[in-house]
Ligand binder design. Sequence first.
Ligand code: JB3
Length: 199
Amino acid sequence: MILIGASGHAKVILDILERNNRDIKCLVDANPNIKQLCGYKVEHDADFDFTKKQAILSIGSNSIRKKLAEELPCDFVIGIHPQSVLDSTVSVKEGTVIMAGVVINRDTQVGKHVIVNTSASIDHDCIVNDFVHISPNATLCGTVHIAEGTHIGAGAVVSPNIKIGKWAIIGAGAVVIRDIPDFAVVVGNPGKIIKYTNG
Ligand code: JB3
């Protein structure tokens, strides 16, 4: 299989794949100056045939992952660190990665090309939509819904039953106690909207 993107996020996914004994052929990056990562060869988009390759998009940007997922003719696969704990009822879709120390509790649904980063906690009955990134040590309490493309910052806490709209940004350490609309940027405790992104 291959990884698309050859920088810091790819290093963490390589570790997961090695622990799962996956056969990693190479990485592919847009930057022709990157030749290798962690001992693996790095190929480049311009001269690489992506057709039917088993792949993970190892790029932290939610919008770039979305663009490439829609463009590239790969078979996207899931990467789950063996030291994560997922209840048997949890569903996870293609392209998603679950890092070390993550706990995901009963009846939660995780969409496509999601990053659930190191030691994040997602409790029961949550819905985490496509292209979301839950950063290290973030906590989603029970029945939290996160719409497409939203970034939950490191150590942020989202209270039970909260809905967060699409392509929002929740700052590191924010505490979200109210529903958040699409494209909002939220910081602080209690979390306050300081501006809106362009999507
Ligand atoms: O917060 C944590 C724990 N990790 C962060 C991660 C989720 O996101 C990390 O600290 C970084 O903030 C970020 O990691 P990432 O994505 O590895 O960051 P960056 O150094 O920006 O690397 C992105 C790589 O993707 C670069 O090497 C780009 O050249 C490459 N890239 C961008 N667009 C692409 C494309 N590669 C290919 N093949 N095709 C593209 O279109």
